[in-house]
Every structure is written in structure tokens, then in C-alpha cells.
Design a protein around this ligand. Sequence first.
Ligand code: GTP
Ligand code: MG
Length: 183
Amino acid sequence: GLKKKEVNVLCLGLDNSGKTTIINQLKPTNSCLGEKNWCHLLQAQAQDIVPTIGFSIEKFKTSSLSFTVFDMSGQGRYRNLWEHYYKEGQAIIFVIDSSDKLRMVVAKEELDTLLNHPDIKHRRIPILFFANKMDLRDALSSVKVSQLLCLENIKDKPWHICASNAVQGEGLQEGVDWLQGTD
Ligand code: GTP
Ligand code: MG
């Protein structure tokens, strides 16, 4: 499986969905380790996240995995960069803003394009979906997001969807645990 390996993870999804916030939370250095002031600093850091330009590469280790995450910009003008990294990707994290009902159809289009790409289509690459921003009042449930994106049609790849609140870090560990258990 993905256990105790180096793994390239592509983090994809529309702009403003929360990709960079999620990756920042996953980086072990960003967890609160006791010191109060340190936590305040980190919270400030979480709020200072700006839209990604192009992409950024983050490397970090968890107890069982050594991650190289490609944090891609979700802005329309940069989405054509995604496909250049598909070949190297061994897992995908696809982030959806559950409160952005208007753009759910755009998220679905981008997902369908991804799933039909020759570098993805015939590979059993695991896809972890985060139905993010579950804290917002008008956020759709992960079940609803899953229905709107027609995830049940993905039959040839392991996938999993988690509701998450990236600002507070909720739901992220469940997702990563799933990813670490896939093969
Ligand atoms: P691009 O880099 O432009 O593709 O965006 P991104 O997907 O990396 O989004 P980013 O992490 O920059 O987050 C966009 C905004 O959403 C920021 O203001 C975050 O603080 C906010 N945000 C991210 N996750 C959550 C969440 O779970 N809940 C709420 N309420 N806000 C969130
Ligand atoms: Mg970003």
C-alpha cells in the first residue's frame, strides 16, 4: 500500500476551496504542540493564506508516509497546469467548497476532465475528496456533494469523501488515515 513510502500527492480543486489551508494543517510543524503563543502564531498563519499562484510543492512526513504534495492553484487560468503533474501523482486530494453551490457544476466538470485524462483514466489511483467548509451555515453535506459530483460512478479507483473544516483542522485526519490505508 501507500504505507511507509514516499508518495506524490496532487491537491486539486477550484480556487478558494481550501487546498492550501488543508495542506498547511497537514504539515506536522503546523500542529499545536503546547505553547500558547505558538498556537496564536499558527492561527495567524492559517488566516494569512493567499491564493496560490501556479502551484507550490510541500514536503513533509507523517508517521507512515513521506509526502510530496503538489498544491495546485484552482484559478481558471492555472488549471491547465494540473495535467502536467498527473503522471507523477500517486494519489489525489480533490477539495470542494461545500458552500459554493453555484460552482458545484464547475467542480464536477473539472473532476470529469481529470477522470477522463489519459494519464489518470486507466490507473487505480486513490482519490480523497474533502467536502470542505462544513462549518459554513449553507454548506451541503458530504452525501449531497457526493451525489452532485456523481462519485458513485467512479468504479475503477478507490475513493473516499470526508466533510472537513480546514480552518479548525476537523475531518482532515480521517481523510489522511484513509489515504494511508489504500493501495
Ligand atoms: P487557490 O490557491 O486559489 O486555488 O485556493 P485554495 O483552494 O488553496 O484555498 P485557500 O486554502 O487559499 O482558502 C481560501 C479561503 O477559504 C481562505 O480564506 C481560507 O481561510 C478559507 N477556508 C479554507 N477552508 C475553510 C473551511 O473549512 N471553512 C471556512 N469557513 N473557511 C475556509
Ligand atoms: Mg492555494
